[in-house]
Write a protein of this length. Structure first.
Length: 395
C-alpha cells in the first residue's frame, strides 16, 4: 500500500489513542490508518519495578471508557482517592477527596507499558496497519495531503498526517513549525519508591524551598516520584547511592508513609514549557507533546493531549468533508483553544508559585492553601482542574 487516508507518526499513547478513537468509523468509511513507530512494542506486558507511569485524570478515564478500553486499563490502574497538597515547614495544606467530588477516584496512575498494551490489543488490524519499527525522515506537502519518506527508502502518501512523535520532534522543526519555549530552572528526577506503610490511594504534592515533589500511588504499594530540583542539585541527587538518596527524600517528604524503603532506577529530565506556534496546517495536525509539553508536577500533560485527541476525532467524524480539510481542522483548534490555554496556564502558574522560595510569596502560598479548605467553591475549582474536568463538559 502506497497511500492511506490517515498516517499517524508516533505510535505511543497519544497516537494509539487517536487510532482507537477513529477505527470504528474508519472501517465504515473505508479509511485506512497507518501508525508509524520507530520502537517496536514488547511481546505482551512485562511487569517491572522501574516501569514509567502516567497520571490519568478522571476525565481521561471517561475518554478511555468511550474507547472501550477502560476495563482492561483498570486492572492495573491505581486509584487516587485523596490528594494532600502541603508546603514543607508551614501550616498551609489542603486535602482533596474523591468522595467530596462524588467520583470513585480523583484520578489513576498506570504504567505506560500497561497503557500501551491495552491500547495496542484493542486495535482492529483490518483498519489500522502498523509500520514498526519504521521512522519518517522527511515529509513533502502535496496538493491533497503529504508524502512521507521512511528510513527503509519506502514512501507513503496520506490525506491527513498527524505528527505525534514527541516533544523533541525533528519533523516539526523540519516543517518550519517554530515553538515558544520557556525553560524552568529545574530538572525532574523520576523514580519509583516503596514506602513502609500502605499508600491507601493517597497522592502527595509537597512543596519545599528547593522545589516541588509529588508521590503518586502505584500498584504493588509502590509510589511514582516526580521531584523537581535545580539542575545541579538534581544531578547530585541522581548520583547518590540508594541509602543517601532515600535519606534526603525522607527529609523533604516526611513520614506520612513511614520510612521510605526502596528506590528504583532514577531518570533525570530538564524541564521546560514548550508550545508549537502552529498545531494545524492543511492536511496536517501536530498532537501530543509535539504540540505542547508541560511541567510534570501538576500531572496535566498527557491528560490535555488525550482531550485534544478526543476533540480531533470528534471533529473528523462529525463532517463529511475530505480528510485534511482545513476548515475541519480549524474547528478542532477552536474547540480546544480554551482548554489548552487554561490547562497550560494552570500548570505554569502552579509550577512558578510553588517553586518560589521568596518569603512573601511563600507566606501568600501558605494562606492560599489554608483558604482552599475555608472556601469550598475555590477548592472545588482546584479539584476539577486536577480531575481534567475544568474546561469541557464530560457527559
Amino acid at each position: 500500500m502506497t497511500r492511506c487516508e490517515l498516517a499517524i507518526i508516533g505510535g505511543g499513547l497519544v497516537g494509539a489513542s487517536l487510532a482507537l478513537a477513529l477505527q470504528g468509523e474508519a472501517k465504515a468509511r473505508g479509511w485506512r490508518i497507518v501508525l508509524i513507530e520507530p520502537f517496536a512494542p514488547g511481546e505482551g506486558y512485562q511487569p517491572s519495578y522501574d516501569a514509567r507511569s502516567t497520571a490519568l485524570s478522571f476525565g481521561s478515564r471517561q475518554i478511555f471508557e468511550r474507547l472501550g478500553v477502560w476495563p482492561q486499563i483498570a486492572e492495573r490502574a491505581e486509584a487516587i482517592r485523596e490528594i494532600l497538597v502541603s508546603d514543607r515547614g508551614r501550616f498551609g495544606a489542603t486535602r482533596l477527596r474523591a468522595a467530596d467530588e462524588g467520583v470513585p477516584a480523583l484520578g489513576y496512575v498506570a504504567e505506560n507499558a500497561w497503557l500501551g498494551h491495552c491500547l495496542w490489543q484493542a486495535m482492529d488490524q483490518q483498519v489500522v496497519q502498523w509500520r514498526c519499527p519504521a521512522e519518517v525522515v522527511r515529509m513533502q506537502p502535496l496538493d491533497d495531503g503529504y508524502r512521507l519518506l521512511l528510513n527503509d527508502d519506502s514512501s507513503l502518501d496520506c490525506s491527513l498526517a498527524v505528527l505525534a512523535d514527541g516533544g523533541r520532534s525533528g519533523l516539526r522543526e523540519q516543517l518550519g513549525i517554530t515553538v515558544n519555549q520557556t525553560a524552568y530552572p529545574q530538572s525532574a528526577l523520576i523514580a519509583n519508591i516503596t514506602p513502609a506503610q500502605p499508600h491507601s490511594g493517597q497522592a502527595f504534592e509537597r512543596f519545599t524551598a528547593d522545589g516541588p515533589l509529588a508521590l503518586l500511588p502505584l500498584a504493588d504499594n509502590r509510589c511514582a516520584l516526580v521531584w523537581s530540583r535545580a539542575h545541579a542539585d538534581a544531578k547530585r541527587l541522581h548520583a547518590l547511592d540508594e541509602r543517601s538518596f532515600l535519606a534526603e527524600l525522607q527529609t523533604a517528604f516526611g513520614y506520612r508513609l513511614g520510612a521510605l524503603r526502596q528506590v528504583g532506577a532514577r531518570h533525570l529530565y530538564p524541564l521546560a514549557l514548550v508550545e508549537a506556534q502552529e498545531q494545524i496546517r492543511r492536511h496536517l495536525v501536530v498532537l501530543g507533546n509535539a504540540a505542547h509539553s508541560l511541567h510534570p508536577i501538576a500531572g496535566q500533560g498527557f491528560n490535555l493531549s488525550l482531550r485534544d485527541t478526543w476533540a480531533l476525532a470528534e471533529a473528523l467524524l462529525e463532517t463529511q468533508a475530505p480528510l485534511g480539510d482545513f476548515a475541519t481542522l480549524q474547528r478542532y483548534c477552536q474547540r480546544q483553544r480554551l482548554d489548552q490555554q487554561l490547562t497550560v496556564g494552570f500548570s505554569d502558574r502552579v509550577t512558578r508559585l510553588f517553586s518560589n522560595a521568596t518569603p512573601l510569596i511563600a507566606a501568600g502560598r501558605n494562606l492560599g492553601l489554608l483558604g482552599l479548605d475555608l472556601l469550598p467553591p475555590a477548592k472545588r475549582w482546584f479539584a476539577r482542574q486536577a480531575m481534567g474536568l475544568g474546561t469541557r463538559l464530560h457527559r
